[in-house]
Design a protein around this ligand. Structure first.
Ligand SMILES: [Zn+2]
Length: 148
């Protein structure tokens, strides 16, 4: 699936600052104190459990703004990376240049698209949820296509 879930107790968020060329970890203790998390499955469940659905793209963007973590050095928004992501050395400018090119899009819509595809397989057709999932999947797919 390309996406791994971690037990909550081991869950630490890893971030990189593309400007400072450094990686930062956020302690899990802090995560407990800040229940507003980016647990993406919860994020999507909350969306579909809410009665008044706002635009899926607006919702994702708002959620993203909330979880944005600033770099302790330059105060710019950092990019969250997978926990086993290997942070290049500070002087490894070539690797950082590549990262800037590939990680430029701040929101990874593909992950959301993937989630929708799975949900659609598990949701009975002819339900309102199914319709909404289909609509939102279309919206999200358009976003990634227009970028390419
Ligand atoms: Zn920085």
């Amino acid at each position: 699936m390309g996406f791994e879930w971690l037990p909550a107790k081991n869950y630490k968020r890893h971030y990189i600052c593309l400007k400072c060329q450094k990686g930062f970890k956020r302690a899990s203790k802090e995560d407990i104190k800040n229940p507003v998390d980016d647990d993406f499955s919860n994020l999507m469940s909350d969306y579909y459990e809410a009665t008044s659905q706002i635009d899926i793209v607006k919702y994702i963007n708002a959620a993203y703004e909330k979880i944005k973590v600033s770099c302790p050095q330059c105060k710019n928004a950092m990019k969250q990376v997978h926990y086993d992501f290997e942070v290049p050395a500070l002087r490894d400018n070539k690797s950082w240049k590549n990262l800037r090119a590939t990680l430029l899009t701040t929101i990874d819509y593909e992950t959301y698209i993937h989630w929708h595809r799975i949900q659609l397989q598990e949701t009975p057709p002819n339900t309102s949820t199914y319709q909404l999932l289909t609509q939102n999947l279309e919206k999200l797919s358009k976003l990634t296509h227009s970028k390419k």
